[in-house]
Design a protein around this ligand. Sequence first.
Ligand code: SF4
Ligand code: SF4
Length: 364
Amino acid sequence: MKYRINQRTGERVSEIGMGSAYLYKANRKEAVTALRTAYESGINYYDLAAGHGKAFPLWGEALGDVRKDVLYQIHFGADYSNGEYGWSLDLDTVKRSVDWMLGQLKTDYIDYGFIHCQDEASDWETYRKHGIYDYILSLKDAGTVRHIGLSSHTPAVIQQILDDVPVDMLMFSVNPAYDYGHGEFANGGVDERMAVYRRCEKDGIGISVMKPFSGGQMLDTSQSPFRQALTPYQCIRYALDKPGVLTVLAGAQSVAEVEHLLAYYDQTEEMLDYSVIGNFAPVEASGKCVYCNHCRPCPAGLDIGLINKYYDLALAGDGMAAEHYRKLDKNASGCISCGHCDRRCPFHVHQSERMKEINAYFQS
Ligand code: SF4
Ligand code: SF4
């Protein structure tokens, strides 16, 4: 397992995390063993926006004794009083639900207390008016909540909330389909979505990725907007390539499914290459580097994806990224304009020209 650091909290987060949407469908023993296997394989980050209340005791049973070694995202607004997942903006319901979740999980604290599911600007107004955000803050003051999270599918709402209050972790729906305008939660345009990734990276806010496979759509040729299925591993790599992303929350209902996910680390670079989506990129995405590194090898030895990532972040005001660029052994000044990357790039980036632009920016 590889880990990334949440810059705001200093915590080490496993690149592969676990979601909880469907775990309740597995039988108890299989689900508990799957969670324990995930933990023993190094997965330390778990989202608890479960599809059904039946999932919570599974976590308590599987991980109650190692609670201090794992990180939980718990959602203020997810309600299980009828068993099934429900969404509530009623303060008393939220309080009851949080108490119930903690009891089932056999814990008395929350690593990331989430402002849950804010997809419309009016959700956030109501959330604050009803005192739910203040309730999270009161639990933070009391030490029950350690850090604040936000879950949303909507870039404009995310930007608004990040302007209003400090957030340590964003849970956002990231996959090639949504980024290119396909699917139920494809909210915001290419640039709006990229602005969220860059802001999070710049401000040190970690992103935990929900819906990395677009509900399975990406994995099925007949449903994929790219007319070709990607593997789960290509989708995981795609999400991990986005600025700000710390962990991809994938689901698993059995030990075999956990092991299948962990095989991500056995894939070759060719197997992880998702650049086929470049053939279907919308006009607004054409000519923009997605840091996929499909254009390698660069004969001058440049890490083209990383140089572009640092440049875009520096343009967005990320001083740390500019520092990282300056520390690279080989940067855009080493480009020999051979044109190899121009010919290879499926996203129609004129990279040799861009290297000149990047070099000029950092020289000035
Ligand atoms: S130039 Fe094209 S192929 Fe190379 S990293 Fe950027 S998007 Fe990928
Ligand atoms: S044009 Fe520059 S960045 Fe692209 S492959 Fe050639 S040397 Fe590398």
